[in-house]
Design a binder for this molecule. Structure first.
Ligand code: GLC
Ligand code: GLC
Length: 811
């Protein structure tokens, strides 16, 4: 069952009912200022950091789940309705929500009035525009009262929902003309405020939620709206909000539009006040001025569209498979941008207060984003690196506002260091910018203690070399990629954090996944050394990698598949000897991606085991058999009910690792089959089961042991976005950036006859036409560039600004 449809022409997903199986959301904003918006206009805004600089309030633990947002109430006689259906839930005569790239447009109608609400954040603008248009489609003149509503968050979203003894006494606003300014804590140490404006004369306002709502009413029945009259309340403590009342008269056929701006302003300390106790409104008024006419809004909207047009032009496929095309050309890159911006901080499953940016998460997000805006990837790499410790270890997370490592979670996740090498290599391959390696970057955010990025990467590599266990495999620390395989935690008391309890420094528990990563990612560093003329370092590193490869084959293979780990007692995990958790996906993926066992058939066996044991209709589960009971030697993975999350859920993130691994052994049919299974566009038809947005990946789909197999959760912020983009664009369609050019090495379903990829690489345009006359899955017989045959299958770096026709014949 579907709840809408893809409009590929306009690059939108069109939702046809407000009652989707879960709020289906979208993201506004590209750089510093962001908003989350659901298909019923729920959600919130923040500047840079969803925890530390939250502008508007959102209650996650709410009933219903998505209450609170950018609400507009239309009171037409005795009927009160909202363009987005919620919160009044008055039945609408018409409803449609179009989620597009960086904007959402909701249109609806009731009793002869139609409304259109366009929400977006213009480029380089710290404010959200809500362009609301009302039209009278009836034969009579309409007298409507329009009310807006935003709730202010007292900046620190965590404090905002905990510290009421203080919060209820601190709230402050100013109201002037049609603008409501939120200035809580501005009188002391904050040099920033927020505002909510409208480009029309208002007939009243409220800025104290208790007065607007009435003490005992909910969002669906605000007292001021029901009475048809705002109370002109000026917040003084309690819960500050911002609501405008505008009385609108509409003649038959008449249309009126309003521009609401929710903005954020920073003021230099010396300019904070206009007069005693009166905030300096000049910067806000300038922002408001930028969007006071419909024309200004329309121009900014067009600019946003062309921004996306440019980004999406960088990789475009033309293929006889509409679902793949829409994912590759529109939604997958879009989600890659969002995950790059948000990491795992703010979604409808991530509250924005828990985690900042993850070291490993952000490094992997880069893989799918780097071709879009390499400069931002560069900045991110350096930011991440500067939280690294001198010994190569890393803070697991950092706050985007301060860019400092997060002490609550600390470090000791021993896969983290390697991801920095992976991210940096991807950046250099995309851009050819080796200069990033010379950038001086702090250790532990200490500007007095720095090393070049290359030194950081060396520290990453050595961190693995210097932290091996009894079998010569890498020590796992608190966990590796699987945050829930906590082999040194041994927690027995509720409430102990699996990620921070116990020691990070166990000297026995080892990870075969980190070993696979080391063999897969390590060679990137070898290559960087080589190109820097550091030959002896390159040789030493190569020897370490070779040693690890042998160790994996000797101590990390279990007959039919790769082991997962050894626990703190030296016992095998992910082995046929185990009763539960006999086989895990991660080590199969990474070891085969590393090429381990490809020559002697062990890789093939491992992937067949994945197919036979882990795969189901909805994708590949993370391990089997699921843990039926809690095991303190394994940690959080065994804490989840069977079939969910890291306990045998389909954890989508590493499904693409298997897709890529399949392409390593030439099985394009398999790779694409796996691609399809978790691909949201392919799952659109089962939206009633899947429940999450059909245009983006979710972190998890319930596995075969779960009560609700096939149901997804935790949409949007997942490394799945980046990895699937890598899998489809580089491994399957086969266009891979390399240091010296663009490798073309497709691995596709044998039935595919041809496709075309237009790739902008180092500013040259490559139009790559692939044909497959013999119906093979892998192998390139010939390549021509502009009609001339080339040796091998690496397209040379061509002059920026030029366009080239590439013909690739498989066989
Ligand atoms: C979450 C985390 C990620 C981790 C994964 C598996 O998605 O963000 O860092 O690798 O779970 O535990
Ligand atoms: C929980 C989740 C995991 C996530 C981790 C972050 O353990 O199961 O997916 O990565 O929290 O700390």
């Amino acid at each position: 069952m579907k709840f809408g449809y893809f409009d590929d022409q306009n690059r939108e997903y069109v939702i046809q009912t407000p009652q989707t199986p879960f709020p289906w959301i979208n993201y506004l904003g590209n750089k510093d200022f962001f908003g989350l918006i659901s298909n019923t206009a729920g959600g919130y805004n923040f500047y840079k950091d969803a925890r530390l600089r939250r502008l508007t309030r959102f209650r996650y633990n709410n009933v219903p789940v998505d209450d609170g947002g950018r609400y507009y109430y239309i009171k037409d006689g005795n009927t009160v309705w909202n363009p987005g259906y919620k919160p009044c839930k008055t039945e609408l005569d018409d409803y449609e929500c179009r989620h597009g790239l960086g904007y959402t447009r909701i249109t609806s109608a009731k009793n002869g009035v139609s409304a259109s609400l366009l929400a977006f954040i213009p480029l380089d603008y710290n404010g959200e525009i809500n362009h609301l248009t009302l039209k009278n489609t009836s034969m009579e003149t309409k007298h409507i009262q329009l009310f807006s509503l935003r709730e202010w968050c007292l900046w620190d979203a965590s404090d905002d929902m905990l510290n009421f003894q203080r919060n209820f006494s601190t709230g402050q606003v100013e109201v002037k003309d049609s603008v409501i300014y939120h200035k809580t804590e501005y009188r002391e140490r904050r040099n920033h405020y927020a505002f909510f404006s409208v480009n029309a004369k208002i007939d009243g306002f409220d800025s104290q939620l208790e007065d607007f709502m009435g003490m005992y009413n909910g969002f669906d029945a605000p007292q001021a709206v029901l009475a048809g009259q705002a109370t002109n309340s000026v917040a003084d403590g309690w819960q500050p909000c911002a609501s405008h009342q505008i009385n609108v008269t509409l003649l038959p056929d008449e249309e009126k539009s309003f521009i609401f701006v929710l903005g954020y302003v920073e003021v230099p300390v010396e300019d904070k006040w206009e007069s005693p106790h009166v905030i300096n409104k000049k910067p806000a008024l300038q922002m408001i001025d930028q969007f006071s006419t419909d024309g200004q809004v329309e121009r900014a909207f067009v600019t946003l569209a062309s921004y996306w047009e440019r980004l999406l032009r960088l990789y475009r496929v033309e293929i006889d498979d509409e679902k793949t095309a829409r994912m590759v050309n529109i939604w997958n890159p879009y989600q890659c941008m969002v995950t790059f911006n948000m990491s795992r901080s703010a979604s409808y499953f991530e509250s924005g207060v828990g985690r900042g940016l993850g070291f490993r998460d952000s490094s992997q997000d880069l893989l799918g984003f780097v071709h879009q805006i390499p400069e931002r990837a560069r900045e991110r790499i350096l930011d991440i690196a500067s939280t690294q410790f001198r010994d190569g270890g890393c803070y697991h997370q950092y706050q985007p506002l301060t860019k400092k490592g997060n002490n609550d979670i600390g470090g000791g996740f021993n896969d983290d260091p390697l991801w920095l090498i992976a991210g940096t290599a991807a950046y250099i391959k995309e851009t050819g910018d080796f200069s990033i390696l010379n950038e001086k970057t702090p250790y532990d955010s200490n500007p007095k203690d720095t090393g070049t990025l290359l030194e950081h990467l060396t520290a990453s590599f050595n961190h693995v070399v210097e932290n091996k266990g009894p079998h010569g495999l890498p020590l796992i620390g608190r966990a590796d990629w699987n945050d829930c395989l906590n082999l040194n935690c041994h927690s027995t008391e509720p409430g102990q954090s699996f990620q921070t309890y116990g020691t990070a420094d166990g000297r026995v528990a080892e990870s075969v996944l980190i070993a696979g990563m080391f063999v897969a990612i390590g060679p990137e560093l070898v290559e960087l050394y080589r190109r820097k003329g550091l030959d002896s370092k390159a040789r030493e590193a190569r020897e370490e990698i070779e040693k690890m490869r042998k160790t994996v084959l000797e101590h990390g293979y279990d007959g039919e598949w790769f082991l997962r780990a050894y626990d703190a007692f030296g016992e095998k995990i992910g082995s046929k000897e185990c009763e539960e958790g006999k086989i895990f996906i991660e080590s199969q993926g990474y070891c085969v991606m590393a090429g381990i066992g490809v020559e002697d058939g062990r890789a093939l066996k491992a992937l067949n085991s994945v197919r036979d044991i882990l795969e189901c209709d909805h994708g590949i589960v993370i391990q089997q058999p699921a843990y039926q009971t809690y095991h303190s030697n394994l940690g959080e993975c065994s804490s989840y009910p069977p079939g969910y999350k890291e306990n045998a859920g389909i954890f989508c993130h590493n499904n693409p690792w298997i897709m890529i691994a399949e392409t390593k052994i030439g099985r394009g049919d398999r790779a694409f089959d796996l691609y399809r299974k978790i691909c949201p566009a392919y799952r659109e038809d089962i939206s009633d089961l899947h429940r999450m947005e059909p245009y983006v990946y979710s972190q998890m789909i319930a596995g075969k042991d779960a009560g609700r197999m096939g149901e997804a959760k935790n949409s949007w912020l997942t490394g799945t976005a980046a990895w699937n983009f890598v899998a489809i664009s580089q491994a399957i369609l086969g266009i891979k950036p390399e240091y010296d050019g663009l490798r073309v090495d497709p691995c596709i379903p044998s039935l595919w006859g041809e496709y075309k990829v237009t790739r902008v690489f180092r500013e040259a345009i490559y139009e790559i036409h692939v044909t497959n006359p013999d119906n093979v899955q892998k192998g390139v017989r010939s390549v021509t560039v502009d009609g001339k045959p080339i040796e091998g299958n690496v397209l040379p770096v061509l002059e920026a600004g030029t366009k080239h026709i590439v013909e690739v014949i498989m066989g």
